[in-house]
Design a protein around this ligand. Structure first.
Ligand code: ZN
Ligand code: ZN
Length: 238
């Protein structure tokens, strides 16, 4: 099916579902949308100036001390907002309560971010889940978000460019070093035609960026020139 036909079909299905299940904000229950404008206004957005590498807010647009000391293995990481409040709750529902419909408003937040903050990328690649986790959940939340970015910005999506070849324990509660060790070698680039491409990695959340860096390393090993990471939300820098 062509992209246009597929989009029309998806719009029809969405219209039908909206009739059956009228959208209600997952935060405040207000009817009309899955994430109402008032709750979106309450999100703690991360605004420039930020460190060009890690995306941490700085008083001037220059490298933060930790990136000056050890530059990350990725061209840059950006996050729409902090993993707090409404954004945290919405992501939680999206991931753990099977609320795939939230991919649309959450993906739109990422697309808006990219429209306002240009990143030099040509292709979108979602951070993969391990096949076991994918079977359990039934969907990869990063892929659903990446599809919204593809739709809004017309950037081609390479869904299977990266594979998670080793399952990892959840990063929660690990130190920065343990996180890096946990995801080291967990990803493999399965696409041999990415040489010189500029890739945007998409994921829902990030804590220290260790997962995005491990993905970036796998892509660079295949000759990818530029890798950026965009997540919906990240934890505050300490
Ligand atoms: Zn609301
Ligand atoms: Zn930095």
């Amino acid at each position: 099916m062509s992209l246009n036909l597929r989009q029309k079909w998806q719009e029809n299905v969405k219209g039908f579902l909206n009739l059956l299940f009228p959208p209600r904000c997952v935060i405040c229950q207000q009817s009309g949308s899955w994430l109402c404008p008032a709750c979106q206004d309450g999100i703690e957005y991360i605004r420039p100036p930020v460190c060009p590498h890690c995306g941490q807010p700085t008083s001037m647009p220059r490298l933060c001390p930790s990136c000056r000391e050890a530059p990350p293995q990725i061209d840059g990481i950006r996050a729409v907002g902090y993993l707090e409040g409404a954004l945290r709750t919405a992501i939680h529902r999206f991931k753990y309560s099977n609320m795939r419909l939230l991919a649309t408003p959450l993906g739109q937040l990422m697309s808006q971010y990219l429209l306002q903050n240009h990143l030099p990328v040509d292709v979108v690649v979602p951070v993969p889940l391990h096949p076991h986790r994918l079977r359990e959940r039934g969907y990869n939340q990063a892929t659903l978000l990446a599809k919204e970015v593809e739709k809004a910005l017309g950037l081609p999506l390479l869904e299977d460019a990266l594979l998670r070849v080793r399952s990892t324990i959840p990063q929660v509660g690990l130190t920065a070093r343990e996180r890096r060790d946990n995801v080291r070698g967990a990803f493999h680039c399965a696409d041999g035609n990415l040489k010189g491409q500029r890739i945007l990695l998409v994921d829902d959340v990030c804590t220290t960026g260790a997962t995005l860096e491990a993905c970036s390393l796998a892509l660079r090993q295949e000759g990818v020139g530029v890798v950026w990471g965009l997540v919906l939300a990240r934890e505050r820098w300490r």
